[in-house]
Design a protein around this ligand. Structure first.
Ligand SMILES: CC/C=C\C/C=C/C(=O)SCCNC(=O)CCNC(=O)[C@H](O)C(C)(C)COP(=O)(O)OP(=O)(O)OC[C@H]1O[C@@H](n2cnc3c(N)ncnc32)[C@H](O)[C@@H]1OP(=O)(O)O
Length: 719
């Protein structure tokens, strides 16, 4: 797992060989320990170079080993032996040096990087801290403030930034390995002590306490309940305030509290789940391994509303040529201005040139005739979308893919109006589409594996986490959101305020609660959908009592709020008050409280005290319950798919792993018992009826999440 060679007569070359990313498994650590010892003992060897096979230095500790009992040599003494040795060691960094990989490089005396390499300490994103000396050596190398930034965010930096920060000594466009070998020969005989980072003092600003306090306050706010970023600040503080060995001790103590935590397990689960969702499969036997995406070079976007603009920007940022289509010149001009401004703004932030040359605008559908893939992003209205699909089907070339950016309409119904239903798939982007990482790719009953593969691949090119889902109202994400929103409204009826509900959900870790989120999205969006569904407005069955629709409990509260002209952030009034139309700062509104009180009096509801536990349980367990139903229906392939949809699309806190992982952490029997309890208290709410899958899992002894697929029935799988 570590190859040993002697090159140029006097240089020991140690190559990590653990594909694909040379993770520091027990065997690799043993290999490094043995080869370093050999090189230190060999009188012919004057210096060493450490590199990684296949153009990757090292992806860090082997994350899969974290769940197993520790074996093999630990990292800390292994790295200490490199640093303490009296022969210079040069790290030749190609590809990536992340986590333990960068910590290994920091134990070397010099670092040479290829210009395309990236380095970073992403442990915080796995619920951990860089506990192989990273929190002590990096601040000593680059100073307190930049080290705090890198360690608490886990962000990766380019070789150029690493050079500026002082993490690496040289960057080359040629072979980093060749340069490192040359370098290793040149530095023989030079004093080594100053190169040993553990012997240095951490460069600090005059007001160390001020910087640490300010950082801690910012980190706590950003962390939303995650423990690791806070532990990272505490560990880096030790680098500024304690001698090296005491700092290392502190680093180990803090790591011990994180290592077996449920947060670390949740975040490591997310790491693998994110990669697993890319490996899709269909019941037909087609899967990502046997279905090739078709190359796509020309893409068109139909409709330059909020979604269409975001999608266009995402495509251009990925280097793709885009034809943007609107219905008339006026709309086209508005769209053009906005897309160009968004691209310029984005490029400015990255100090880059906006790729406006990749953009083309038209109102003429005939210009689509050479396009490979079309993403329709018109208003969410089935009749309109059908009309667009009919036209696309006749003007586009016969093998062009037709994709719809719908958030929940029936993809099969759209496919049916075309002459090529096998080339139709859903691509559900999330707003803002150029920022949000999630893409739900919707498999219609006639979508071909090639169409699925092409949409999934395109999502990847756009830097999205693409998740394949089946075709049903709301797909996976919005289908599960429905019972969540419903419970939040019922809680208001029963005595809660928007602030109480949102506070509980934000304390759980969501960036914003359900009512703030609704204000941000615009309250009229759901209102229109409810009108179309006959839940409010003129099509309501006149025999329905005010708080019942279609045979079940219904809360008209959101409709009544809209009827008052409160549409959310866009007009400055929704569930909250905003300083101005479009304002972002939500203030509780006494007139909403009064409205809720009057509503309860009118409907004879005695308000009761509602605590935060009830808010979290009712909203989240109802959502989770729908997740189990989606799994059983074959709309979601596995719990990982649901979890990634919620983490990347709906702000579910990563340190809680996603709704299905969270259910496992809480304990399936508890989720079942609480749902049964709430169902008994609210018999008119069918969403609270525990799903058959949840019952089967509990009856089978609540197996771990990776075994849930064995319990699915899926009589009507959509995948
Ligand atoms: C006791 C601990 C003491 C000290 C603290 C040290 C802690 C650590 O080092 S924790 C690990 C920190 N490192 C990371 O977080 C980096 C993780 N990896 C990546 O970011 C990326 O994989 C990459 C940039 C290195 C490569 O990206 P890419 O080329 O896109 O490949 P993939 O991400 O798809 O990965 C390929 C394949 O490798 C698996 N993998 C990647 N890194 C690790 C790892 N560190 N340990 C175990 N496995 C790893 C990844 O899961 C993929 O496999 P699967 O598709 O089967 O999941």
């Amino acid at each position: 797992m570590a190859r040993y060679e002697q090159v140029q007569g006097t240089v020991a070359l140690i190559t990590l060989t653990n594909p694909p990313v040379n993770a520091l498994s027990a065997a690799v650590r043993l290999g490094i320990t043995e080869t370093v010892t050999r090189a230190l003992r060999d009188p012919e060897v004057k210096s060493m170079v450490i590199c990684g096979e296949n153009g990757v230095f090292c992806g860090g500790a082997d994350i899969r080993e974290f769940a197993k009992p520790m074996s093999g040599p630990p990292l800390v003494p292994m790295i200490a032996a490199i640093e303490e040795g009296e022969k210079p060691v040069v790290a030749a960094i190609e590809g990536a040096a992340f986590g333990g990989g960068l910590e290994l490089a920091l134990g070397c005396h010099y670092r040479i990087a290829h210009s395309k390499a990236r380095v970073g300490l992403p442990e915080v994103t796995l619920g951990l801290l860089p506990a192989a000396g990273g929190t002590q050596r990096l601040p000593r190398l680059i100073g307190l403030a930049p080290a705090l930034d890198l360690i608490t965010t886990g962000r990766h930096v380019t070789a150029q930034e690493a050079l500026k920060l002082g993490i690496v000594d040289q960057v080359t466009d040629q072979s980093a390995l060749d340069l490192a070998i040359q370098f290793a020969q040149q530095v023989v005989g030079q004093p080594l002590l100053p190169r040993k980072l553990s012997t240095r003092q951490t460069p600090c600003p005059p007001d160390v306490d001020g910087l640490l306090e300010e950082t801690m306050a910012q980190v706590k706010q950003r962390a939303r309940g995650a423990m690791a970023p806070i532990a990272c600040v505490q560990a880096v503080r030790a680098a500024a305030t304690l001698p090296y060995q005491a700092g290392m001790q502190k680093e180990q103590e803090l790591m011990a509290t994180l290592f077996h935590s449920s947060q670390a397990r949740a975040m490591q689960y997310c790491f693998f789940a994110q990669r697993a969702v890319g490996r899709w499969s269909l019941s037909s036997g087609a899967h990502s391994g046997n279905s090739k995406p078709r190359p796509v070079s020309k893409v068109a976007v139909i409709g330059l509303g909020t979604m269409g603009r975001g999608i266009t920007v995402a495509l251009v940022k990925a280097g793709m040529s885009v034809l943007a289509v609107e219905t008339n010149k006026k709309q086209l001009e508005i769209g053009k201005q906005m897309v160009s401004a968004m691209l310029k703004h984005d490029a400015q932030k990255r100090n880059a040139t906006p790729r406006l040359d990749l953009l083309h605008f038209t109102i003429d559908l005939l210009e689509l005739k050479n396009t490979d893939l079309i993403i329709e992003a018109v208003f969410e209205d089935m009749a309109l979308k059908k009309q667009v699909f009919k036209e696309l089907s006749s003007v586009c070339k016969a093998d062009a893919f037709l994709c719809t950016n719908t958030s929940g309409l029936d993809v099969d119904e759209l496919a049916a109006v075309t002459k090529r239903p096998e080339l139709v798939v859903g691509m559900h982007f999330f707003a803002p589409a150029h920022v949000m990482k999630l893409l739900e790719v919707v498999h219609g009953s006639r979508s071909s594996p090639e169409a699925v593969a092409t949409a999934m691949h395109l999502g990847k090119r756009l830097g999205k986490v693409s998740v394949l889902v089946g075709n049903c109202a709301g797909f996976v994400g919005n289908r599960m959101l429905k019972p969540y929103l419903e419970q939040a409204n019922f809680l208001l009826e029963e005595g809660a305020t928007p602030e109480l509900v949102d506070g509980a959900l934000e304390e759980f870790g969501f960036p914003m609660g359900v009512f703030k989120m609704s204000d941000l999205s615009g309250l009229d969006v759901g209102w229109r959908i409810r009108k179309e569904a006959g839940l409010t407005g003129p099509n309501v069955d006149p025999r329905d009592p005010p708080r019942r629709r279609q045979g079940r409990r219904y809360s008209p509260l959101p409709d009544l709020v809209c009827e008052q002209g409160r549409l959310g952030q866009k007009n400055g009034r929704g569930w909250y008050l905003y300083d101005k139309p479009g304002g972002r700062v939500a203030t509780p509104d006494p007139s909403i409280h009064k409205f809720l009180e009057e509503y309860r009096i009118k409907h004879g509801i005695s308000p009761r005290q509602i605590d935060r536990q009830e808010v979290v349980e009712r909203c989240l367990f109802a959502l989770i319950n729908e997740g189990f139903r989606s799994l059983d229906d074959g709309i979601a392939a596995g719990p990982e798919d649901i979890d990634m949809i919620y983490v990347f699309g709906y702000g579910w806190p990563r340190h809680r792993g996603g709704p299905m992982f969270y259910a496992g952490m809480v304990g399936l029997p508890r989720v079942l018992t609480r749902l049964e309890h709430y169902r008994q208290a609210h018999p008119e709410v069918p969403h609270l009826e525990p799903s058959p899958l949840l019952r089967r899992l509990v009856a089978s002894g609540s197996p771990p999440i990776n075994k849930w697929r064995d319990f699915l029935q899926r009589p009507h799988s959509q995948l």
